[in-house]
Ligand binder design. Structure first.
Ligand code: GLU
Length: 472
């Protein structure tokens, strides 16, 4: 069975890059009746953040990309939390030691640091670990360990030749032995490093396809060496292009907003976020821009993934979200999603018919739900008269005074009101705008708003007449 996985480290805010990886991994697994696994890689205890795991799982649910096997849903290959699997990692490290594909290195961190400084002072580039203990005899190594000298276990990377990684998107990628380092597999405290832990867990969980970001490609030769040393089945490697900041550097929170939660807070819909991430490096065969996970299941292929660095542009995401609000979601849906933002602003939403009219009127005018409270303010709060609107209102106060008695008796629908306003303007010899703008200013405090008909109907007769009276 095809099994894919994401293996995030719970170190900070849930990152859009993780959702991006989840999307590829889940689509590919589900296209092949496989399983998509979530494993938490929490072995780096210095950067561990206990809240991070829960928040990440929450965000995967929010975007609709939950894993089939994970710490919360469980599965046949549990535990899905890496620190609970450390005994396995230690067992594999011991096996590699025994087989001579790995060795104990007794250097202390202070010694390593000193050697790095000497290399730097000599202006020689630091070439990684100098492999000092690689050729200790078994007896020597066992003795030193038995004497209680602390050690790490390092892989014996080849000293010559090359390691070739076959990547689905990139073809054969060659790494010269001279570029490889004898990476640490097990640290002095008995904890595994990422390399050993990830490959052990991938093996034990039956992962068949390692789909992950390009930044891990340089670790892959080491991963392949671990797999070979253990005699495991090599997975297929698929390194997807990195998301980038608009300046093309690797997407980073310093230059862009990378927190999934913050997109949720700003009122980006999860459907739009998934759609936007789906547009990063992939395009639909028919070129359509609006698509969902089900469409991806039908049409996604690795052949349509391009390696040019996709730019994660918040402006475009916002634009796409606006299209979801206007073209994809139903009005009822938009109302439901806007409601918490309006509640938060303290508006009285007890009149549900009014709420629907307001959202219907505003729908063309906002791209994220966080904008909606401000846009809807004059429907629920006293108007705040902007300067330009004030000037218009003063110019047109006479028109408002004359219109008022004409509007008071009529039914409050635009097809009734429109001819009254038009007829009045004609009789008064005024331009239509000279009448409409003061009305708009009186009703909203602004000069921009939805169309007059939508505005009047959404506000309702009573409020409209009160505001016009106040203006007069
Ligand atoms: N723990 C790594 C991360 O934080 C996993 C990398 C991989 O997919 O192998 O992304």
């Amino acid at each position: 069975m095809i099994k894919t996985r994401i293996a995030p480290s719970p170190t900070g805010d849930p990152h859009v890059g993780t959702i991006y990886q989840a999307l590829f991994n889940r689509v590919f697994a589900h296209q092949n009746n496989g399983k998509f696994i979530l494993r938490i890689e929490d072995t780096d205890r210095t950067r561990f953040n206990p809240e991070s795991q829960r928040r990440l799982l929450e965000m995967l649910d929010w975007v609709g990309l939950p894993a089939d096997e994970s710490p919360t849903v469980g599965g046949p290959a549990g535990s899905y939390i890496q620190t609970e699997r450390v005994a396995n990692h230690q067992k594999y490290a011991a096996q590699m030691l025994e087989a001579g594909t790995a060795y104990r290195a007794f250097d202390t961190s202070a010694e390593l640091e000193e050697r790095r400084k000497i290399a730097e002072a000599a202006k020689a580039s630091y070439r990684g670990y100098d492999r000092r203990d690689r050729d200790l005899s078994k007896a020597e190594s066992d003795d030193q360990a038995a004497n209680g000298e602390p050690f790490v276990i390092r892989i014996k990377a080849p000293l010559e030749g090359e390691v070739i990684v076959q990547d689905r998107l990139r073809g054969a990628v060659t790494f010269k032995a001279t570029e490889l380092d004898d990476k640490v597999l097990l640290k002095a405290d008995g904890f595994p490093t990422y390399h050993l832990a990830a490959m052990s867990d991938d093996h034990d969980m039956g992962v068949t396809h390692v789909i992950r970001a390009e930044e891990w490609l340089t670790s892959t030769p080491i991963h392949k060496l671990i797999i070979q040393a253990m005699g495991w089945q090599e997975p297929e490697w698929i390194h997807t292009p990195l998301l980038r900041n608009p300046d093309k550097s690797k997407l980073s929170k310093r230059k862009s907003n990378t927190s999934v939660e913050s997109y949720k807070d700003m009122g980006i819909t999860p459907e739009a976020l998934v759609n936007y991430l789906g547009m990063m490096a992939f395009s639909m065969p028919d070129g359509r821009e609006l698509f969902n996970f089900t469409d991806l299941l039908e049409h996604f292929t690795w052949e349509r993934v391009s390696l040019g660095g996709p730019v994660f542009d918040i402006g475009k995401l916002t634009w796409l979200n606006g299209r979801y609000i206007r073209e994809v979601l139903t009005l009822e849906d938009v109302v439901v999603r806007a409601k918490p933002y309006l509640e938060q602003a303290g508006y009285d939403l007890s009149d549900t018919a009014k709420l629907t009219r307001v959202i219907d009127a505003l729908r063309p005018r906002f791209d994220t739900f966080s904008e909606v409270a401000e846009k809807a303010s004059y429907f629920y709060q006293d108007i705040v008269l902007e300067d330009k609107a004030k000037a218009k209102l003063e110019e047109g106060r006479g028109h408002l005074a004359s219109l008022l008695p004409l509007l008071e008796p009529v039914a409050w629908t635009w097809d009734v009101i429109e001819p009254i306003i038009k007829g009045y303007a004609e009789n008064a010899g005024a331009k239509l705008g000279a009448v409409m703008q003061p009305i708009r200013a009186a009703l909203t405090g602004k000069l921009e708003s939805p169309g007059m008909g939508e505005l009047l109907e959404a506000l309702g007769k009573e409020l409209c007449l009160t505001r016009i009276k106040n203006a007069v």
